[in-house]
Design a protein around this ligand. Structure first.
Ligand code: F42
Length: 333
């Protein structure tokens, strides 16, 4: 299993670059940067990371087809790829519905939007003139001049990963993604996802073994197990409050608990959340605990079909320490 790490650019970019450099030194193969319009901008953050590192692959984790035109996305990721000497990856998903409401965006036809974006970006990265008549994207003779392989030293064959949760989006990802970033931390989520991914892959004659299935986890490790759980619980609360009913059902969380958690978030009662979110809830929605427990959970995810474990927020009560602990995990895995 490969290891990746996620950073939310809600801290100064140079600080994130230092974390990314530390992660690279610890053996992580991928760093993923989230894309939310209230945070620092994803491609400029990735560019700084590209200059601060030399081996680690750098991906958007994940952008969407609504806040940026897929043509702009193709140009942005190609630029980062040039800066990073061919280490860029495009992660794209349907985006965050709540943000879209605030921005006055409809976020329509998410399945077509994601599928067509992947197809169009791939075509544009060949440097060829692209015309496309889709349900979501319409293009006439659009071309990325600098992606022409004859004019660039770097390979513009950038892998495209799809951020997916819902059954239909997972199926779409199985059909078009080089990889899939699934917000999940429990083997049951990946056993269920595997069925959908295979459906999508089979429909277009692909082999699922060619798809990198990434667990985009809530990860919290520390030698002090209690502190590890305390750090994970606020993140777990947000995950439960935003989870689809089918996912809550899978993990035995009632609508009553979901409402109680959502109310505590709205009231900013983060102390209360530490009691409402039980350790067993955290175990369902996070890879959390001491070194040995997290190692055991990572192995279970691998058995469930995960081929990349992306350690996501919060990482632990102390980020630097957690990066070192996960590095130890990578070397002993
Ligand atoms: N979102 C962000 O905004 N920023 C991030 O940095 C980010 C990172 C991220 C990483 C991994 C990951 O898995 C998700 C991440 N997300 C991030 C969230 C992501 O953008 C999505 O919000 C999240 O994955 C949920 O999407 P989903 O896969 O569940 O798909 C949604 C759209 C959905 O409802 N899907 C359903 C399904 O079954 O898959 C149904 C979709 C459907 O049928 N739609 C119809 C259609 O035609 O497309 C239309 C239905 C209608 O009524 O319009």
């Amino acid at each position: 299993m490969k290891f990746g790490i996620e950073f939310v650019p809600n801290e100064p970019v140079f600080k994130i670059a230092a974390y990314a450099k530390a992660a690279e030194e610890q053996g992580f193969e991928y760093v993923w940067i989230t894309d939310h319009c209230n945070n620092r901008e994803v491609y400029s953050t990735m560019s700084v990371l590209a200059l601060a590192t030399s081996k680690i692959k750098i991906g958007t984790g994940v952008t969407n087809p609504y806040t940026r035109s897929p043509v702009v996305t193709a140009g942005s990721i190609a630029s980062v790829n040039e800066i990073a000497g061919g280490r860029a990856i495009l992660g794209i998903g349907p985006g965050d519905k709540m943000t879209f409401e605030a921005l006055g965006l409809a976020g329509e036809k998410p399945l077509a939007a994601v599928k067509e974006s992947a197809e169009v970006v791939r075509e544009l990265l060949t440097g060829k003139k692209v015309s496309y008549d889709g349900d979501f994207i319409k293009l006439k003779n659009v071309k990325l001049d600098f992606a022409n392989p004859k004019k660039t030293d770097v390979d513009m064959n950038i892998p495209i990963y799809i951020g997916a949760q819902g059954p239909k989006m997972l199926e779409t990802a199985g059909a078009v993604g080089d990889g899939i970033l699934i917000n999940g931390s429990h083997p049951d989520d990946f056993k269920a996802a595997a069925i959908q991914i295979k459906k999508g892959a089979d429909a277009v004659g692909r082999n699922v073994k060619d798809i990198d299935v990434a667990a985009y986890t809530c990860f919290s490790v520390d030698e002090d197990v209690e502190k590890a759980y305390a750090a994970a619980k606020p993140v777990v609360a947000f995950i439960i409050a935003g989870a689809a009913d089918a996912i809550l059902e899978r993990h035995g969380i009632s609508q009553f608990s979901k409402k109680e958690i959502a109310d505590a978030i709205v009231q900013g009662d983060f102390k209360g959340l530490n009691t409402i979110i039980t350790d067993s809830m955290a175990d369902r929605f996070a890879v959390v605990g001491g070194f040995d427990e997290c190692m055991k959970k990572a192995k279970e995810l691998e058995k469930a079909g995960v081929t990349q474990l992306v350690a996501g927020s919060p990482l632990g009560p102390n980020k630097e320490k957690s990066i070192r602990l996960i590095g130890k995990m990578i070397s002993e895995f």
